[in-house]
Design a protein around this ligand. Structure first.
Ligand code: MN
Length: 239
C-alpha cells in the first residue's frame, strides 16, 4: 500500500495508515520488544503502535490514541526531523541525539523532541491489551527483592505518577542490581542518569484528559490494573 505521498516521506505515518492501524487492518509491527530503530539507525520514524488504536479501550480510548499517537507523538517526530535536518546530529540514532543534547541549553528543543519520541515509543510498549496481573517469574523475583511485593512496587509507581508536579513520566528502572521507581519531568529520560528504563507511564495531561479529565490517579490505577506490560519490562532487564 505504498502511495506517492509515502514515497516522498518514507518516515512518516500517514493519517490513512493510522486509521489502518486503528482498525487493525494492515500492520506493520512486531510486538517482540522495543523497535530496533530506537537503538540504532535513523531517528526520524514514527514507529507504529504495537496494537490497533482501539485495543486499549476502555482504559484508554481510541480518541485519546488518535490525538496522543497521531498528533502529539507524530508532532515530536516531525519537529525532530525539522530541527536536525542539515546538522551534524542528522543520522545519529535517537539515543545518541538524546545523550548528545542532554543538559545543553542551546540544544533544548532538539533534546525535548528527541526524548519525547523515545519516551512515547517506550510508553506504547509499556502497555498492552490484557495487561496488568502478575509479572513473569524472573521479573517478579527481581521486584520482590527490591520492593518486597509486586503490590508495593505498583503502589510506588502510582505514588510517583501522582507526585510528579505537572508534565512528566513515572518509571520502573533498574539501578545497578536493584529495581526502583523514579519520575522525570517534561521530556527527561532515565538513561541520561545511567538508569535502565523497564517501563513507563505517561502522566502528561494529554495522556488522560479526554478520558479522565483531572483524575490522573484513576488513569494510573486503571493502567496498572489492566494495561501495564510486565513482559516488556522483563525484556528490558539487564544483567
Ligand atoms: Mn504523551
Amino acid at each position: 500500500m505504498k502511495t506517492t505521498h509515502e514515497n516522498e516521506h518514507p518516515n512518516r505515518l500517514s493519517r490513512r495508515d493510522f486509521l489502518a492501524v486503528s482498525t487493525g487492518a494492515a500492520l506493520l509491527l512486531s510486538t517482540d520488544g522495543f523497535p530496533e530503530q530506537l537503538e540504532t539507525g535513523r531517528a526520524y520514524l514514527l514507529p507504529p503502535l504495537p496494537y490497533p488504536g482501539e485495543a486499549l479501550e476502555p482504559v484508554i480510548s481510541q480518541r485519546t490514541l488518535e490525538f496522543h499517537f497521531g498528533r502529539h507523538h507524530r508532532g515530536y517526530v516531525d519537529n525532530l526531523n525539522r530541527l536536525v535536518a542539515g546538522t551534524k546530529l542528522e543520522g545519529l540514532s535517537l539515543k545518541e541525539i538524546i545523550l548528545e543534547t542532554a543538559e545543553k541549553a542551546d540544544k533544548a528543543s532538539v533534546f525535548n523532541n528527541a526524548a519525547q519520541v523515545w519516551n512515547h515509543t517506550f510508553y506504547w510498549h509499556s502497555l498492552r491489551p490484557g495487561g496488568g496481573g502478575e509479572p513473569p517469574e524472573a521479573l517478579k523475583e527481581r521486584i520482590e527483592a527490591s520492593f518486597g511485593t509486586v503490590d508495593a512496587c505498583r503502589k510506588e509507581l502510582a505514588a510517583a505518577a501522582a507526585a510528579q508536579f505537572g508534565s512528566g513520566w513515572a518509571w520502573l528502572v533498574q539501578d545497578g542490581g536493584k529495581l526502583r521507581v523514579t519520575r522525570t519531568g517534561n521530556a527527561d529520560v532515565p538513561f541520561t542518569a545511567g538508569l535502565i528504563p523497564l517501563l513507563t507511564i505517561d502522566v502528561w495531561e494529554h495522556a488522560y484528559y479526554l478520558d479522565y479529565q483531572n483524575r490522573r490517579g484513576d488513569y494510573v490505577e486503571a493502567v496498572l490494573d489492566k494495561l501495564i506490560n510486565w513482559d516488556f519490562a522483563a525484556e528490558n532487564l539487564g544483567g
